[in-house]
Write a protein that binds this ligand. Sequence first.
Ligand SMILES: [Zn+2]
Length: 145
Amino acid sequence: MDHISVDMLRTCEKCGREGRACHSQCWYNGMDEPRTSMSFSCGHCGAAVEEDGTGLTEEERLLFYRQYGIWELRLDCPEGSDMKLARSLQDVLGASAREALLYLKGKNAEWSRGTPVEVECLRGKLAAKGVPAVVAEAVPPTEAT
Ligand SMILES: [Zn+2]
């Protein structure tokens, strides 16, 4: 999935009533990081706001998790190549050596989880280094709170 969005209600800065904000996150091959944006429109006074690179607050992140679930990166690689893979993980993801090794041993690592778009971005960066991985759902939307 390379583009996801959620809607939320937000107080209009112009008239103080409630309007609808749409938060989007996208990633396409070649981008360094997922891009976030927000568009707000107020049905009462007609105010409209567009913002790029807003990032995600914890509240917005939870909305994405509730709608799309939590996803994680799963490496698809033969056993025995751990040290080499750990190095690639460190290079590409900025993980510590310890995190990378724990991840290869099958422990859940927070940094390997996120929205489907964030994890797809990790997958793309690893693929560029020749490390095959798949993006899989870790927690379905109904359980992601
Ligand atoms: Zn308004």
